[in-house]
Design a protein around this ligand. Structure first.
Ligand SMILES: [Fe+2]
Ligand SMILES: [Fe+2]
Length: 322
């Protein structure tokens, strides 16, 4: 039987429909490969760039306990970035190529990290809302069709849930504190609520890739379904804190069994995606500076590796000669 491209594609889809995982050396349609390279690398970039807004507060955390928690969280995010770069590399792109795409602005990362962290309460709001939104997305991805991506997500999700809890605990501390502390928490919620909802991407009707992604089980739920799930989970948590969601249209809809909510400012969303958010330039500069300043480390590591391989070679030659 000849394996023309049509047969291969049919077999591939049958494997996905049967719930099998696709592994790096398996045959896959070029578009599936490319979509995954884009999605996994952009996810990796988000983890790495996401360290910046929070790293900003490590030296200013209000207590040793808070500092340790934040330090551990930011380190976790670095680890997430590294697993994900490795997963993307199995599809035939190099890490240097991915960094180049990030540094030249060709690759995107999650827009939420282009907002500034103005107060300590922002660290609470980010853990609670941003990591909370990330979990909703990533729990779905533990069952995605591409094996290395799905497996990386299992560990990442466990760590994300610690991040969400520590963020919520910061909010709880502030909300049970002084009037001023509670105001700080409310202000952080006001600024981070809408950008968190934007993390799920455009509405389904404006998201042309969703259908293909669902067919390939890259995504198992649509942007709007995930966003609704996040809102339904998060509103009661805000109530428990005694905070008010900055959305006058937010109310429980008995008939739907979900919260109704107001319209997202999609102009703002697209502006930030296009690079015009409050911190886009600052974030990119931090990454390109880190790359340039790290050049000597990469050079030293390469020189050492070369020296070691020469040494091994000459030992092998000696063994053969004796
Ligand atoms: Fe993460
Ligand atoms: Fe996280």
């Amino acid at each position: 039987m000849k394996n023309n491209i049509h047969d291969l594609e049919e077999k591939f889809q049958a494997r996905i429909d049967a719930g099998e995982k696709i592994e790096p050396k398996d045959w896959m349609p070029e578009k599936y490969r490319k979509t995954h390279i884009r999605q996994i690398s952009q996810h990796a970039h988000s983890e790495i760039v996401g360290m910046l807004p929070e790293g900003n507060w490590i030296t200013r955390a209000p207590s040793l306990r808070r500092k340790l928690g934040l330090l551990a969280k930011v380190q976790d995010e670095a680890g997430h970035g590294l697993y994900l770069y490795s997963a993307a590399e199995t599809l035939g792109i190099s890490r240097d190529q991915m960094f180049d795409q990030l540094h030249t602005g060709k690759a995107k990362y999650s827009s939420i990290f282009n907002y500034p962290t103005l107060s300590w309460a922002d660290i609470g709001a980010i853990g609670w809302l941003v990591d909370g939104a990330a979990i909703i997305n990533q729990v779905m991805l533990t069952r995605t069709s591409f094996g290395p991506y799905a497996r990386a997500m299992v560990r990442i999700c466990k760590e994300e849930s610690f991040h969400q809890r520590q963020g919520y605990e910061i909010m709880l501390g502030l909300c049970r504190g002084t009037e001023e502390q509670k105001e700080m928490a409310q202000d952080a919620l006001n600024r981070f609520w809408w950008p968190s909802l934007m993390m799920f991407g455009p509405k389904d009707e404006d998201s042309p890739n969703t259908e293909q992604s669902v067919k390939w089980k890259i995504k198992r739920k649509t942007n709007d379904e995930l966003r609704q799930e996040f809102i339904d989970i998060t509103v009661p948590q805000a109530d428990f804190l005694g905070l008010k969601m900055p959305d006058p249209d937010l109310k429980w809809n008995e008939e739907r069994g979900h919260y109704d909510f107001g319209e997202i400012d999609w102009d703002e969303f697209w502006q930030v995606v296009k690079g015009n958010g409050p911190c886009n330039k600052e974030r990119l500069k931090a990454r390109t500076d880190a790359w340039d300043e790290g050049a000597w480390v990469r050079d030293a590591a390469n020189a050492y590796a070369e020296k070691q391989s020469l040494k091994k070679q000459s030992e092998n030659n000696k063994k053969i000669a004796s």
